[in-house]
Design a protein around this ligand. Structure first.
Ligand code: COA
Length: 293
């Protein structure tokens, strides 16, 4: 099966302008590329302008679309407002905000400084809040309808996870914001949805979250019932659908795309998967014997 197949028809996002925070690399870049292929104008933002410029010209050459690099640290509300104004100057209007920018590192929580904890909360929760508030205020003020916000969260936004506590805390907040505003801002024609991706390898996150030989020790594909990691195009397909008009009735939803990974960790008896087929005959006989006795 080819997981790199593109899902939507070529003009599915024609006429839309999309802002992707953290769009210079990783999954943000992959989603940006597909949006451009589908006819959208895309602005990508991050702190590193040079990286953004390189990505924008690479993707413009590959897709023939229009990609605007905008330097912006989402932690600062003023910079977010400036980003919005630059996008409006360039494209006239904006239709979609994709809150993708994130920061994360693995650490026992007691080893973190207060500033380390804040850094992640500020990028993930405050950054998503800053962008959401600035774009939402603009759309409501200008009475722009048929707009949407797509937030990238994670499956541990609802389960929590040890060793990435600032990220888990912040992503839980982003999920709550998604569901709250889906209701509150629906009357303004703003939809809010989220994607919770499982393992989709990117160089940045992988080197950060599984440094050194941890990558070999914890083969994440093994934790997934489907026994593989995700392909970037599979995530891009879902994101494109969620920001397109085809999903106009989808609001307040978080869609998990993880091959069943988080449920495998959750189900009490899922560990019985380790039992080989031949042992089940013995186990069944033992259980039935117990019942008879
Ligand atoms: N373990 C513990 N503390 C850490 C840490 C680690 N691995 N990495 C950074 N910190 C601490 C720093 O020591 C500092 O705290 P201090 O001032 O008390 O010493 C604080 O976190 C801020 O670090 P700094 O490097 O100044 O922050 P930054 O704003 O430049 O960048 C990140 C922090 C996480 C955003 C940065 O690592 C980054 O750019 N990551 C790329 C994006 C990313 O993480 N993507 C993954 C998505 S899953």
């Amino acid at each position: 099966m080819d997981f790199t197949k593109k899902m939507l028809r070529d003009d599915a996002l024609a006429g839309k302008t999309i802002v992707v925070t953290g769009g210079g690399s990783g999954l943000g870049k992959s989603m940006t590329k597909y949006f451009l292929e589908l006819g959208a104008n895309v602005a990508i933002s991050s702190r590193n302008l040079e990286k953004l410029q390189n990505t924008a010209s690479e993707l413009e050459n590959e897709t023939g679309g229009k990609c605007l690099p905008v330097q912006c640290d989402v932690r600062n509300y003023d910079e977010v407002e400036q980003m919005l104004n630059l996008v409006l100057d360039e494209f006239g209007e904006v239709d979609v905000l994709l809150n993708n920018a994130a920061g994360n590192f693995i650490s026992p929580t007691e080893r973190l400084s207060a500033n380390a904890f804040d850094t992640i909360i500020d990028i993930v929760l405050k950054g998503s809040k800053n962008c959401t508030l600035a774009f939402g205020k603009h759309w409501i003020d200008k009475k722009t309808i048929n707009t949407s916000i797509l937030n990238i969260v994670t499956t541990y936004a609802w389960t929590g996870s040890a060793y990435v506590v600032p990220s888990a805390t912040a992503k839980a907040g982003v999920l709550a914001m998604t569901r709250s505003l889906a209701v509150e801002w629906a009357k303004y024609g703003i939809r809010c949805n989220a994607i919770a991706p499982g393992p989709f390898p990117t160089k940045g996150a992988w080197d950060r979250l599984l440094p050194g030989d941890l990558k070999d020790k914890f083969d994440l594909a093994k934790k997934v019932p489907l026994k593989r990691v995700g392909d970037h195009q599979e995530l891009a397909n879902l994101a494109a659908y969620l920001v397109s008009d085809f999903s106009a009735y989808l609001n307040g939803e978080v869609i998990t795309i993880d091959g069943g990974e988080w449920l495998k960790g959750a189900g009490q008896f899922n560990l019985l998967e380790a039992i080989p087929e031949e042992l089940w005959d013995q186990l069944e006989a033992m259980i039935k014997a117990k019942k008879r006795g």
